[in-house]
Every structure is written in structure tokens, then in C-alpha cells.
Design a protein around this ligand. Structure first.
Ligand SMILES: [Zn+2]
Length: 309
């Protein structure tokens, strides 16, 4: 086939992708934007449940106070109960937040009521936490000191003030509520299909030329997906802050927590921090912008203290 024909194939392929892109949009009430997502809520939750079960099986004896747990002493029990209590407050806050956004006229499918909320604590030195689609949450004990008194060891005194732990959990839950996992998968898939379409059109080029085009495309795609991840981090920060206030945890604890996370050494950082976290200054600036409204809402709703449910 001559060059013109191949060029035609690229164009048809890319038009097809554009149609696919624009016919799979959903409203995101948190950004107010329309976003590409091809993975249904049920499918994402199903994938979330699968990976969660797998992860729990792998961790086995490290899942505090589970059936296979090595120990469930009073200390472990307290950690698990604290995480579950924070989780419960954030769950209630998430349901309420979605209802308020619906009442305000945003058109989206709420998920917080349907999620199969599950909270587990993993004994691990890794300072990590996540919430998978479907509401499957894990908190690693390694993060408790970062969220606690930062004295270099994990113990129950880290639970004296749990606002920062709530900041982390709220952020992770924010990712799940905004379907970030599904959107990331959808976009990676789109990039793969686009690369394939272009690849078909490169048949007449020499091997070296093809390689160059692929490298350039790969770098552009990688850059795009990383920017995408950073925007998700910012969005999860914002949703997390709102959940925090609604659950009556002090929003003013959030900036310091993220500062601490940013200062963790490379090897200690949880995976999502490798390349995707927003620059510390950007994050601090965001919080400076959001904080006055958050504090006002906190004082109005909670009277400056924690509300009992
Ligand atoms: Zn995040």
C-alpha cells in the first residue's frame, strides 16, 4: 500500500477513537467537567473486590485481627477499631456529600451508599493506604506514625489525635468516589489504541524512523497520563477535605500531613508518590485557597469540635 492509503487508515482510526472518546463521557460533580470513562461502576467495583481479596490473601497473617491474623492483641484491636470508626464517619459523610451534590443539580450516579465499604489494617513498614473501587480500604501501619506524632515509631500514642489519619483516608476515599481508577484504565486503553492506529500507518517508514515516532508518542502519552494522575491527586485532596469537614475532623491538619508525606524519603514513599504527586508548593497553594471555606463550614457544622454520630 502507498503512503496515502496508510495515512487514510490513521485518519479513520483516529476519527473512530474520537467518536469512542466523546460517546463515553460522564459528568464529574467534583470538577464540574465531563470525563472519559468506559468502565462501569459495577465492573470497577468487581475488579476492586478481586484485587482486595487477592491482596488480603497475600498479606495473610499481617491483616490485623483478621481470621488469619498472627495476633490480635489489645493494641492491634484498638488500631483496627480506630480505622473502622474513621471509615464509618467518612462513609456517612460521603453519602451525605453525594446527596447534596445531587440536590444541587449535578447529574451523576452516586456510589457511596452502594459501595461494600470494608476497612482493614495491614502490619507493614510501608507508609501506605488505599481505597479500591467499591470502597475497599487498606491502611498500612507504617503510615500511622506519619499521621500521628512522628516520633519515629508506630505505637498507640500515634492514635491520640486521629485527624491526620482521617486526612489520608478521606483522600483515598476521594479517589474511589471520583472513579479515578476506572478513568485511568480507560485513558491508558485509549492511548494504546491510538498508538496502534498510528503504528499501522507507519508501515512504509524505516525501522529507525518508526522507532523514533513510537518513542515520541510514548513520551507524549506518558506525560499526558502523568498530568492526568496529578489532576486526580488534586481532586482527591479536595474531595478528601470536604469529607473531613463533613465528618467533623479538623481540616487544618491536612496541609501539614501532606507536607510530611512530601518529605518522606524515596524508598519510604507509597507508590503513587513516585511520579504522580503534585509539587508540594502547588498542593500547599491549593490548600491555602480551599481552607477558609473549609474552616468556616467546619465551625458551622461541628462547632469547632467533633460531632457525635
Ligand atoms: Zn492520591
Amino acid at each position: 500500500m502507498r503512503g496515502g492509503g496508510r495515512f487514510g487508515i490513521i485518519i479513520i482510526g483516529l476519527i473512530g477513537l474520537a467518536v469512542y472518546y466523546f460517546s463515553n463521557q460522564e459528568t464529574n460533580p467534583y470538577s464540574g467537567k465531563s470525563e472519559f470513562n468506559t468502565i462501569s461502576i459495577d465492573k470497577a467495583s468487581q475488579l476492586g473486590a478481586q484485587s482486595y481479596v487477592q491482596m488480603l490473601q497475600q498479606e495473610g497473617g499481617n491483616v490485623l485481627c483478621s481470621r488469619s491474623a498472627r495476633t490480635c492483641d489489645a493494641g492491634s484491636r484498638e488500631v483496627v477499631e480506630t480505622v473502622r470508626e474513621i471509615g464509618e464517619r467518612l462513609r456517612v459523610a460521603a453519602i451525605e456529600m453525594e446527596e447534596d451534590y445531587l440536590a444541587a443539580g449535578y447529574n451523576f450516579t452516586p456510589v457511596a451508599r452502594e459501595f461494600d465499604w470494608t476497612f482493614n489494617v495491614i502490619a507493614s513498614e510501608q507508609p501506605n493506604a488505599f481505597c479500591l473501587p467499591g470502597g475497599y480500604v487498606a491502611v498500612y501501619t507504617g503510615i500511622l506514625d506519619v499521621a500521628g506524632n512522628m516520633d519515629g515509631r508506630v505505637d498507640l500514642s500515634d492514635l491520640d489525635d486521629v485527624d491526620k489519619l482521617a486526612v489520608i483516608m478521606g483522600h483515598e476515599i476521594g479517589h474511589a468516589l471520583a472513579h479515578h481508577g476506572a478513568k485511568r484504565m480507560s485513558n491508558s486503553q485509549l492511548v494504546q489504541m491510538g498508538t496502534l492506529a498510528v503504528g499501522v500507518g507507519l508501515g512504509d517508514m524505516s525501522g529507525a524512523q518508526q522507532q523514533m515516532v513510537h518513542q515520541a508518542l510514548g513520551m507524549a502519552a506518558q506525560g499526558g497520563l502523568m498530568a492526568f494522575s496529578r489532576s486526580h491527586e488534586t481532586e482527591a485532596d479536595k474531595i478528601g477535605l470536604e469529607l473531613l469537614v463533613r465528618a467533623c475532623y479538623d481540616p487544618r491538619e491536612a496541609p501539614e500531613l501532606w507536607e510530611r508525606m512530601g518529605q518522606l524519603g524515596g524508598g519510604q514513599r507509597p507508590p503513587e508518590w513516585m511520579s504522580t504527586h503534585p509539587a508540594s508548593e502547588t498542593r500547599a497553594e491549593n490548600f491555602r485557597q480551599w481552607m477558609p471555606a473549609a474552616v468556616e463550614m467546619y465551625e458551622q457544622r461541628c462547632g469547632g469540635g467533633r460531632r457525635e454520630f
